[in-house]
Design a protein around this ligand. Structure first.
Ligand SMILES: [Cu+2]
Length: 110
């Protein structure tokens, strides 16, 4: 028996996209990982900003700087979140997932 009664009320409007760059409010910067994608992939933060990473996938991910050891969340298990601290020096830092090198993002510190 399949009597799905959920009201699928035609929610087909495209979501209006604002600025893809998140704003660095005080201590409230989040990168969400979903479908092996960082959202936002390009994030601008203040030096030393704490960044929360929320993993909505059902596999583990990391946010790992590809340069020197600037930052690395380590493994964020499925459905969990982690944090890291942005470098104190201004610049553009690329990062990836140490499990999935195709995942890429850029953290800009200024
Ligand atoms: Cu990953």
């Amino acid at each position: 028996m399949l009597l799905a009664g959920c009201g699928n009320g035609g929610d087909t409007r495209p979501t209006p996209y604002g600025s893809p760059t998140a704003t660095a409010e005080d201590g409230a910067v989040t990168i969400t990982i979903e479908n092996f994608t960082y959202e936002p992939a390009d994030l601008e933060v203040a030096p030393g900003q704490e960044i929360t990473v929320v993993n909505k996938d059902n596999v583990g991910h990391t946010v790992t700087a590809t340069g020197d050891e600037e930052f690395d969340t380590g493994n964020i298990a499925a459905g969990r979140s982690g944090t890291f601290t942005a470098p104190s020096e201004a610049g553009s830092y690329r990062y990836t997932c140490s499990f999935h090198p195709d995942m890429r993002g850029t953290l800009t510190v200024r």
